[in-house]
Write a protein that binds this ligand. Structure first.
Ligand code: GLP
Length: 242
């Protein structure tokens, strides 16, 4: 994994947006994998600005989000669907039919997951995937477990993830306990990956992913096996690296 230590979040947003822009310049109809969470918000703001200034054109781009709570209404302001439209899609010239987010309202999650994998495959696979990381090392909602799943699936959330994500809900009890998520295989098949890590609270997990060990206890450690991963991190997240 290539790592770039940045001065601050603004520099991370700047560099990651430039990487996405380069991908779209090379291939107008790029397939981009997207993440939610606080970390990519700066990147999304920057992409919105570039599009508004006429420096970036999303009209041919197709996107696939990593995950969504289950069950959840799209209209709920805690849904990842709502987050993505609010932070990014409403600010860029993307076609609605080119946006894909696992459907937290679906009646049959198993069917939804199979269909989601098929849609990614028929788009030709993901060219560039944006990732954040959970404090427990999860990517998407692939939580630390003895076995990790390859494909998009319905998963249970760990107590630590429910706790970490409760800041977006009025109480811990309101956080959904399940989610639909791309699997480890779905993520690892992306042709390139940009992982964004910021903050002191991510320093311990950052140290683990760069420790040279691959383990299902830290799902993000599998990114060490991918040939094209760039990790953009701020100084606080990089504090424990040698
Ligand atoms: C969520 C998402 C992840 C995200 C992580 C980190 O649980 N499922 O895709 O990477 O949280 O979020 P944050 O960037 O807010 O720390």
């Amino acid at each position: 994994m290539k790592k770039i230590i940045c001065k601050n979040e603004a520099e991370i947003a700047e560099i990651s947006a430039a990487m996405i822009a380069e991908q779209i310049f090379i291939k107008r109809e790029s397939v981009i994998g997207l993440a939610t969470g606080s970390t990519p918000e700066g990147l999304y703001r920057k992409l919105g600005e570039m599009c508004k200034n006429g420096d970036l054109d999303f009209s041919g781009v197709r996107t696939f989000n990593l995950d969504e709570y289950y069950p959840i209404k799209k209209s709920s302001d805690q849904s990842y669907d709502y987050f993505m439209w609010d932070r990014l899609f409403s600010h860029i010239n993307i076609e609605r039919e080119n946006v894909h987010i696992p459907n937290g309202e679906c009646a049959d999650p198993a069917e939804e997951c199979i269909a989601y994998e098929q849609k990614i495959a028929s788009a030709g696979g993901i060219d560039i995937q944006v990732l954040g990381i959970g404090v427990n090392g999860h990517i998407g909602f692939n939580e630390p477990e003895a076995e990790l799943k390859m494909d998009t699936h319905l998963t249970g959330l760990t107590p630590s993830t429910i706790e970490a994500n409760s800041r977006f809900f009025s109480s811990v009890g309101e956080v959904p306990t399940k989610a639909l998520t791309m699997g480890m295989g779905t993520i690892m098949k992306a042709r390139s990956i940009i992982m964004l890590i910021t903050g002191e609270h991510k320093a311990a997990i950052t140290e683990k992913i760069f420790s040279g060990v691959v383990t299902t206890d830290v799902p993000a450690s599998f990114l060490n096996l991918h040939p094209n991963v760039t990790v953009l991190l701020d100084e606080a997240a990089a504090a424990k690296l040698k």
